[in-house]
Design a protein around this ligand. Structure first.
Ligand code: SLL
Length: 209
């Protein structure tokens, strides 16, 4: 393909990659600890809300800012974090839906995106026996899709090797392990098994007919 076909010029004069999709997976999560004896009516839990890379790598080369919009019962409910770790710590008494607005690196020339995420304080399986040791984790895997990305942004981020991000909170020990590629392999294998089963059922049906 010639350069002219591979790229095109966007409305702001930027060179974009035609028919290309850049997929950037992230995890939005909450990690809540019951305060036990220290619990009060308005502060029963200490919780963390975060945006992270799926392998807990630094995502600052793609995301420049995360705005966490909390429930209006919180003082200054809008919290801006402008560098990794994109994480906040709070105390509260109730669950609610958080709105997260992500702003991307300037050279991406992309608009911010919004993600909604539920802060969970109680384990659904056992809501009446909160533990002070084991936190309640709620993590959500999201794929940020940059369709027809700016060429220079795409080249920069795909050639970049991010390091791990460390948070003084220590909550990483509780993070889930996400393996989308392994999941995909399992799905493909399961599809093949189903296809084989279907073929065998069909053969049997044909023999009986
Ligand atoms: C509920 N719909 O009724 C939810 C609202 C709001 C939680 C939960 C504030 C903490 C503070 C807080 O935890 N709000 O006052 O500092 O369950």
């Amino acid at each position: 393909m010639s350069t002219a076909e591979r790229t095109f010029v966007g409305s702001r004069g930027e060179t974009r990659l035609r028919h290309k999709e850049f997929v950037f997976p992230v995890v939005v999560g909450t990690c809540a600890f019951y305060l036990g004896k220290k619990a009060t009516e308005t502060q029963s839990h200490k919780w963390y809300l975060y945006l992270r890379g799926i392998n807990n790598e630094d995502i600052g080369h793609v995301v420049k800012k995360a705005i966490f919009n909390l429930h209006p019962t919180f003082p200054t409910p809008q919290r801006e974090v402008t560098a990794p770790p994109f994480e906040i710590e709070e105390h509260g008494w109730g669950e609610f839906e958080v709105n997260v607005v992500l702003h991307f690196a300037d050279d991406s020339q992309e608009q911010p995106v919004e993600i909604y995420h539920k802060l969970k304080l109680y384990d659904e399986a056992d809501p009446n026996n909160p533990s002070t040791k084991k936190p309640v984790l709620n993590e959500q895997y999201e794929e940020l899709i940059f369709s027809e990305p700016v060429e220079s942004f795409f080249n920069r981020v795909t050639n970049f090797q991010p390091g791990p991000v460390q948070s003084p909170s220590g909550i990483q020990a509780h993070f889930r392990h996400f393996a989308p590629e392994e999941d995909m392999q399992r799905i493909t294998a399961a599809r093949q098994r189903v296809a084989l089963m279907c073929a065998s059922v069909q053969r049997q049906a044909e023999m009986l007919a």
